[in-house]
Design a protein. Structure first.
Length: 119
């Protein structure tokens, strides 16, 4: 299982970024996909989740109305569109999924992509 994030960077407050997570090694269209983040000195938090068919989506209250999660099952890719970014959105953003392979299930994580919101 591999999850590879990209799209992070430095952006001014109020700006936008689009994160991508390309996956491989599992049946992407069977699993809920998640974006999480971790800021320095803080615990990792779930930002958004999307069900396997995209029909159910949930957001953390802190990003609701500003972030949009989506997926392309044909490309095994999940996205996070981030608008109206705030300095408090600065964090390492991870793509993750709980995947069952054979008899074992576990959470898989990418290495993350850094988002820095600063003027």
């Amino acid at each position: 299982v591999q999850l590879v994030e990209s799209g992070g960077g430095l952006v001014q407050p109020g700006g936008s970024l689009r994160l991508s997570c390309v996956t491989s090694g599992f049946t992407f269209n069977s699993y809920t996909m998640r974006w999480s983040r971790q800021a320095p000195g803080k615990e990792r938090e779930l930002v958004a989740a999307i069900s396997s068919d995209g029909g159910t989506i949930n957001y953390a209250m802190s990003v609701k109305g500003r972030f949009t999660i989506s997926r392309d099952n044909a490309k095994s890719t999940v996205y996070l569109q981030m608008n109206s970014l705030k300095p408090e959105d600065t964090a390492l953003y991870y793509c993750n999924a709980y995947v069952i392979l054979g008899a074992l299930g576990r959470m898989y994580w990418g290495r993350g992509t850094q988002v820095t919101v600063s003027s």
